[in-house]
Design a protein around this ligand. Structure first.
Ligand code: TYM
Length: 337
């Protein structure tokens, strides 16, 4: 197997604001990976992915800046990591076309996220939504990224990324693309909706009460936890007692993730207590951790030109890595330069 530089790539769609799910599932681990010094780290606002479903152009620009501000406020340092928006590095879309010709229809048709997002009206979904995972593979492989931190919902797309790399390498008889490893946390990789413990917390859920946004005020956060769906039972005596109680399990899980404890430790503290007591403790914890991030985001958003400058500088650095990999890919495939 060829040797590749240890390099992280991950992305977030700027199709809405950032949620607690994005933060715990991806942003917080990404900050840790940046600070470990073990990897080169590249983080991207994937605006080309966002337009696979309709986006209001002005809202898209604002959300792209807001997601960038969220990364920076959470601890991603644009001097240590490369931070940029996808469309400023055209190599992503160029490699995606090559991968459209590597990936097989059957592989794409198995993607559960397409089925979920296209819903019953798949005939009316955009072609881009169907091809989305090939662009995602290109995002990662245009940097020869070796590791990708994501939430649990992106696992299948990363398997597809591996399949594309393996097929490309096999078809052209060289070990050119790395077979990327996902980095998926345990508890924090699957934060569920506050209204329905069987659905993931999502920026596209029509109900704002279903999620915590990084920009929510302390009052919003307290209200959302107070109104979070639960069952009438008190908290159980052991973690096993959370089985078949998806909403209770989710809140315990969020508490554990925010406080850096295990679920067992949280249960040990709150066993037998009512949600009337647990929810305010959870809200206080969320406000203490997320509040400063939201405040810093709003401060950064006061100077959008500075965010744009950071993104442009990030894109230049990204392209220095991407351009030679694209050129080599074209050469391997048989294009004349
Ligand atoms: P997106 O924008 O839906 O989410 C961004 C990241 O947040 C994670 N996440 C969650 N983690 C835990 N609990 C949740 N409720 C939750 N909701 C979201 C996601 O798993 C993700 O890591 N296809 C990707 C974006 C993408 C990408 C890439 C990621 C495009 N190209 C290349 C990695 C590498 C997506 O839609 O993420």
């Amino acid at each position: 197997m060829a040797e590749f530089t240890k390099r992280i790539f991950s992305g977030v769609q700027p199709s809405g604001g950032l949620t607690l799910g994005n933060y715990l599932g991806m942003i917080r681990p990404s900050v840790g990976l940046q600070n470990s010094g073990e990897f080169e780290t590249i983080y991207c606002m994937v605006d080309l992915h966002a337009i696979t479903t309709w986006q209001d152009p002005e809202a898209l620009r604002r959300q792209t800046r807001e997601v960038a501000a969220g990364f920076i406020a959470s601890g991603i340092d644009p001097a240590k990591s490369i931070l940029f928006n996808q469309s400023q590095a055209p190599e992503h879309a160029q490699l995606a076309w090559v991968f459209n010709c590597v990936a097989r229809m059957g592989w794409m048709q198995r993607m559960t996220q397409f089925k979920d997002k296209a819903g019953k009206n798949a005939q009316n979904a955009s072609l881009g939504l169907f091809a989305y995972p090939a662009l995602m593979a290109a995002d990662i492989l245009i940097y020869h990224a070796t590791h990708v931190p994501v939430g649990d919902d992106q696992k299948q797309h990363l398997e597809l990324t591996r399949d594309i790399a393996i097929k490309f390498n096999h078809d052209f008889g060289q070990e050119f693309f790395p077979v990327t490893e996902p980095i998926i946390g345990k508890a924090e990789a699957r934060i569920m909706s506050l209204r329905d413990g069987s659905k993931k917390m999502s920026k596209s859920d029509p109900s704002d009460m279903s999620r915590l946004n990084l920009t929510d005020t302390p009052d919003d956060m307290a209200k959302k936890f107070r109104k979070a769906k639960t069952d009438p039972e008190p908290l159980p005596e052991s973690v096993d007692g959370l089985e078949d109680r998806p909403e209770a399990r989710n809140l315990v899980n969020i508490y554990a993730a925010l406080s850096g404890q295990t679920q067992e430790q949280v249960i040990a503290e709150f066993a037998g207590k009512q949600f009337g007591e647990f929810k305010p403790a959870l809200a206080d914890l969320a406000v203490a951790q997320m509040g400063p991030i939201g405040e810093e985001m709003s401060r950064l958003m006061d100077d959008p030109a500075e965010i744009d400058r950071q993104l442009r500088a990030g894109a230049e650095r990204a392209r220095e890595i991407a351009a030679p990999i694209l050129a080599k890919t074209y050469e391997i495939v048989g294009m004349i330069a």
